[in-house]
Ligand binder design. Sequence first.
Ligand code: SF4
Length: 235
Amino acid sequence: MSIMDQFASQTGFPSLTDLETALFACTACPLRDKAIGPTSYNGDPRSPLMLVGEGPGGVEDEYGVPLVGPSGQLLDKALARVGISRDRVYTSNVVKCRPAGNRTPTVEEGEFCAARWLDAEIALVQPKIIIALGSVALKYLYHAKARITADRGKWFRTRHDIAAIATYHPAYLLRLTGEQERKAKWEVVHDFEAAINELKTLAPNWNLKTDPPPDLLTLYADRREARKQSAKTGG
Ligand code: SF4
């Protein structure tokens, strides 16, 4: 049995819908206390390309989906440069509940949450390529001693035996200025191009772009409203 099949057989979830229902009820760690609720995924579960970020911020917590706030908008711009729209990839996070104050989740928080949820998502989606966005995703998917500054742009196999490449998280790019910002943004575009080139071999028939791309905030407006009501009633 392949490593991927072993992961798949261990998930216990027949479908992503079942996984999402269980995820939204998760209270397994203290991060849940300060968040509106766990955030799920967005995009197309049939996609051969999965993006994995670190953890949700305030806008993501409101909408219940990853990478739709300022970081997500910068990510969308970088992806658009290389001909990718977010509805044609699958996006998720290592950690599902927003750490208070929008801090970056710790490696330990990542290990705890991803072993329950992200592993199961990966087993169900079975992407051909994963792009790890930032240090927390790189450390979880690759190994704890990996460093984003040293390892970005290099191919590795994830613990699920999937081809992966790491690049900077958009939240990091938002903190940069001047030449540092310009250089890092080009490196991200370069890493996305490397992933696209691999996909040409691994999934030649998958169309990575919808034109015009759908607005994610509009797509998830109903979920946002439901979470708002649920927060009000303490549900
Ligand atoms: S962070 Fe993950 S493990 Fe912790 S409560 Fe949220 S979904 Fe559950």
